[in-house]
Write a protein that binds this ligand. Structure first.
Ligand SMILES: C[S@@+](CC[C@H](N)C(=O)[O-])C[C@H]1O[C@@H](n2cnc3c(N)ncnc32)[C@H](O)[C@@H]1O
Length: 155
């Protein structure tokens, strides 16, 4: 497969120009193993969620998350997300998870305590959201559990 073809495939997949640099094998892998309709469904879902709520992942990261969940559909076990915020990535997981149980953990009060290493970038209480809104946003999906607890706030 020619470099240009791979770059075009990457454009279709991620919706933006990607100049090919190693690892080329990754793009080859995507091109040969993921059907075009599947790619566009995933990209459509990501953009739909981005239009509904504030999801903090960029499209490439969201695509990776969607495909990881989708590709492990046959794997037994529950899924957990720690750091839910407004439920954007949780909804993406829901779209790909099938009936697998999903457990969502968050303070819903934002970051409880910013350590020194994160202090220049983040602050206490950042990403405060609403348990009720997240619950309602995800109500159509089966087997989604959001434990309410203040245990995350302690040391
Ligand atoms: C960057 S946001 C998550 C973004 C989200 N996954 C998305 O893009 O849709 C990080 C989240 O982690 C939560 N969080 C941070 N520290 C936490 C802790 N110690 N326990 C529980 N939740 C925590 C914050 O409340 C915030 O909602």
């Amino acid at each position: 497969m020619e470099r240009k073809e791979i770059e075009n495939a990457a454009y279709t997949m991620f919706g933006k120009d990607i100049t090919l640099s190693p690892p080329r094998s990754i793009l080859n892998h995507y091109h040969f193993h993921i059907k075009k309709t599947e790619r566009s469904d995933a990209i459509y879902t990501i953009h739909k969620i981005k239009g509904e709520t504030e999801m903090l992942l960029n499209t490439d990261e969201a695509y990776q998350l969607f495909m990881v969940v989708e590709r492990t559909k046959k794997t037994k076990g529950d899924i957990a997300e720690v750091g839910v915020y407004k439920g954007g990535t949780a909804k993406l997981i829901c779209e790909a998870k099938g009936d697998r149980p999903l457990h969502l953990f968050d303070t819903f009060e934002g970051i409880p305590r910013v350590d020194e290493i994160d202090a220049p970038r983040f602050h206490n209480g950042e990403f405060k959201s609403s348990f009720e809104k997240v619950k309602s946003y995800l109500q159509e999906y089966k087997n989604v559990y959001i434990p309410v607890s203040d245990c995350f706030l302690s040391e």
